[in-house]
Design a protein around this ligand. Sequence first.
Ligand code: GAL
Length: 668
Amino acid sequence: MSGQPRSDRPRFDLGSIAYGGDYNPEQWPEEVWPQDVALMREAGVNLVSLGIFSWARLEPQPGVFDFGWLDRIIALLHEGGISIDLATPTAAPPAWFQKAHPQVRPVAVDGTVLGYGARQTYCPSSPEYAEAAARITAELARRYAGHPAVVLWHIHNEYGCHISRCYCEQSVAAFRVWLEERYKTVEGLNAAWGTAFWGQLYGSFDEVDAPRTAPAACNPAQQVDFRRFSSDALLECYRRERDIVRAADPVVPITTNFMAGLTDNLDLWRWAEEVDVVATDHYLTAERSDNHIGLSLAADLTRSLAGGGPWLLMEHSTSAVNWQGRNIAKRPGEMARNSMAHLARGADGIMFFQWRQSRSGTEKFHSAMVPHAGTDTRHWRDVVALGTRLGKLDEVCGSRVQAPQVALVWDWESRWGLDCGNKPSTDLGFRERIDAYYERLWHLGVTVDFVHPGADLSGYRLVLAPSLYHTRAAWAENLRAWVRGGGTLVSSYFTGVVDENEAVHLGGYPGALRDILGVRAEEFLPLRSGQKTRLASESAAVPGGSASRWAEDLHLDGAAAVLRHADGPAAGCPAVTRHGFGEGTAWYVATAPEAGTLTAILRAACADAGVALPVGRPEGLEAVRRVAEGGAEFDFLINHNDRDVTVPLAGSDLVVPAGRVRVVVRTS
Ligand code: GAL
């Protein structure tokens, strides 16, 4: 699986950084539209996403279409020189559709039938929804294909955002078909799911249900398969609309907006192969003071989905959102910092939700480019300043982030497996471990890619696989061959434990990787809440420290102990090991070391891998380089501190003021 758009698809290339946002003109009287266009020009907006929730306005009655207003706004935008990312409106099925087809309402895991009056009220497997969505998509595509202002097609909106899994009868029927395609026979399904356990044997596919709320947890293999199926069901919805648009318009690229790193409902490796340009939405966790690290992670993940190539930030917020607990507003400089950080990590477009802040409706307290308070505001001046700044960075378009030497293995299926309950500890979590490792690497100044476990690893020196719980034999072999050939692997606890069907790799943990790591665990020894263990050093490379969450009754089987538990349930057992395997080295981190210890482990692993860490970089300064095909380099220096920092550059030192961003351009 390459997990990236194919190169034979139409390319998105505005020739400058895309700047703009979701534009919902139907929320405003038409007199406002010319003002909108004038303000967009003032702000340097060159792209808007149009029509995302407009189904009810475009098709006010079944089969009756009203494109007049859309024609008018498209003409206005075109005259104003603003390009359009035209959306199929299928994330907001109209009320008439809901009344006519009550069976289309999605059903939650506990059987609750969801109502309408919000958005995304549809079952992804509903034939009625498929038919109606195809009809409006075809009308829209036929009408606007070839329009010179339409430079991108935006299918639907955030698949899997509100509706990720539907448990209605139509979904269950589709799930059975999906299972039959996967397993061919019911015996195959019984074997894969291990249904001998708790007497869950099925006599036919018709007997299988969705893993809904039940007296106890449903079979974990059934749960994971339902998540696979649900991601696929939504992918079918995307493909249906994409193919209709493609038939009408073979030239203009097509995308949909992911939520990479924010939600985990879709297997985006599979989705990324289906879009012409990867686009994503990102919102900060407002209350976290280190939320810029989560932003970097999401941006790196998105770039990785794009195969290292440019991608679009389709939505973020100018300031506060309205859907978190405390919707903290962004302070001066923060919007620019966020935007430039996405740009630094490969984005060729910086877009917002939304252009004009709504007066009514659920999102009226969500920030926008034009705020309620109007244009005589710091907020608007910042929007204009950002547009002006991006307008001067045309040469950045199409450049790529300097190829990272380090990769983190990312797998949605492992996450689904870890999430389905009944594990040795509630402290286990795929995202929890990824975040722990990513955060340390961010502080070390290491830019990382994310890779699918089956991906070609040959371009990397260091690969980290924290809590890759599902490890298929083929994936273990991929890692094995790469380490044998000279790679350095860091694997944490709860990697390599089960296969794709949630069946344990037997013979001691971590079954799939034991030979690579040179260890064997007899038993998991999870720690109590808040419990810490002391770690004693057995190697000059990593000083002693402490750890929490996890320990194992671990034995060396070729590896050397780097750290040992000095107390706790695993007292005397290795906690961190290092194993020479073929030409390479494999580390096993069998606990959750505190930050300082994890940093020391990662420094030592980088040394093994020959990954040079940046020196002299001030703490809190994010530094990422993009390189253009012609050799020009763009160093993005983002100061997350509230004090100025000095960056040593060849020739002279550069001061990056508190909270500000500098872009240093070097042409060869
Ligand atoms: C996104 C969505 C937008 C808007 C935004 C608010 O998830 O695509 O339509 O709701 O969130 O933050």
